[in-house]
Design a protein around this ligand. Structure first.
Ligand code: SF4
Length: 389
């Protein structure tokens, strides 16, 4: 951004904590997750990593000085591989080092293949308020083709355990899976609604570079079928009182994920842990940084305060696109005022792009609110492409 611009008030700040290990790498996964293989057991590496996270946070404090944490998210990888004791130690240190707003949402991602009641009890005692379960499907054949370590029964048992301990539970599911039919996708969404969790996420499976599926492409449903799946998912979830508030996210009233909302509203986040990303607003610039991805290298680098692999200033020419890339995922769009506050740019700088999006019927502008139309939601990449410089 231009060095003369001034951002009067930084947006809300969230904390993301990355846990980079999984029992097994899924063939579609491009997250920074590594299969854990060590005959010494997990306790030793867990303890070393917890110490690294705490050091990382301590060294990062000058960048967030005086700012309150609005939400915390343990993502991965598989955070539920960590013991309650480890999560307790991390959260105690976060509380000791930073002010956290009262009632802040604290989410932990869990894999149904790695959970039991004792773990969830301990997470709750540590302060976790919300659990997000990586279910993906209730169909054993599809779970197998996705390389998941759980089956349908374990998924259902995991949901019941999670709901016994937490009021706020999210289920992550995917559709447009290899060889999936429309009816199978409908079965998955109907099964998901039976549990009546507060939040559901339905992601379209995408094949990312550097994954097993990229090298060995599976047979996927054609675009028309996956578009039908998306429509059916939205219809069924609306009938069950879930509000569709973001491309893939559906929530019961007042149960939207605060942490993810902050990302989509172009808020700030400090990401600690291997490969974690941050976006931080200062009075004269907005920066992005990322940490070393390899867990061993990250742990070594933290000891010398050199855990950040890259740091960049977001240029003014990229700011509008970055803002749109997040905000236009939200079904309710955004206020023009918010664009100006969070980017320090005048909305007139994107007049031409807004007109193109309007002409193509991809957005509406009403009472100072810009939001994607149904067409804009369906063709989000085309809509975002308009704002890409
Ligand atoms: S469990 Fe999640 S993070 Fe781990 S490999 Fe599978 S998709 Fe990736």
């Amino acid at each position: 951004m231009s060095q003369t611009s001034r951002l009067a008030i930084p947006p809300p700040l969230s904390l993301y904590i990355h846990i980079p290990w999984c029992v097994k790498k899924c063939p579609y996964c491009d997250f920074n997750s590594h299969e854990y293989k060590d005959s010494n057991g997990f306790a030793e590496i867990e303890s070393l990593y917890v110490d690294a996270l705490i050091k990382d946070l301590e060294y990062s404090l000058p960048k967030i000085w005086g700012r309150k944490i609005h939400s915390i998210f343990f993502g991965g990888g598989t955070p539920s591989l960590f013991s309650g004791k480890a999560i307790h130690k991390i959260l105690s240190q976060v509380r000791a080092l930073t002010p956290i707003i009262y009632g802040a949402e604290i989410t932990l991602e869990a894999n149904p293949g790695t959970i039991d009641s004792d773990h969830f009890e301990a997470y709750k005692e540590a302060g976790v308020t919300r659990v997000s379960l990586g279910i993906q499907s209730f169909n054993d054949g599809h779970l197998q083709s996705l390389g998941r370590i759980h089956n349908s029964n374990e998924a259902k048992k995991g949901i019941e355990i999670a709901m016994r301990h937490f009021d706020e539970v999210n289920l992550d599911l995917m559709y447009a899976l290899p060889n999936q039919t429309l009816n199978e996708a409908i079965d998955d969404v109907k099964t998901a609604t039976l549990f009546n969790t507060q939040h559901l996420s339905f992601y379209h499976l995408t094949i990312e570079p550097n994954t097993f599926f990229f090298k060995h492409p599976p047979s996927l449903p054609i675009d028309d079928v996956s578009a039908n799946m998306q429509e059916k998912i939205e219809d069924i979830l609306t009938q069950h009182s879930y509000q569709h508030y973001e491309t893939a996210a559906f929530a019961k009233p007042k149960s939207q994920c605060q942490h993810n909302l902050n990302y989509w509203q172009f808020g700030d986040y400090l990401g600690i842990g291997a490969g974690a990303h941050s976006k931080l607003t200062f009075y004269d610039q907005i920066t992005r940084e990322s940490r070393y991805k390899n867990p061993k290298q990250y742990m070594e680098k933290v000891t010398t305060q050199h855990m950040i692999e890259s740091e960049t200033i977001i240029q003014a020419s990229d700011l509008a696109f970055e803002f749109m890339m997040n905000h236009l995922r939200l079904i309710d769009g955004f206020l023009i005022k918010s664009f100006e506050e969070k980017t320090s740019l005048n909305i007139s700088t994107i007049d031409k792009e807004l007109k193109t999006a309007l002409d193509k019927k991809l957005i509406t502008i009403n009472h100072e609110i810009i939001k994607p139309t149904i067409l804009g939601q369906r063709f989000l990449n085309d809509l975002l492409g308009i704002f890409l410089k």
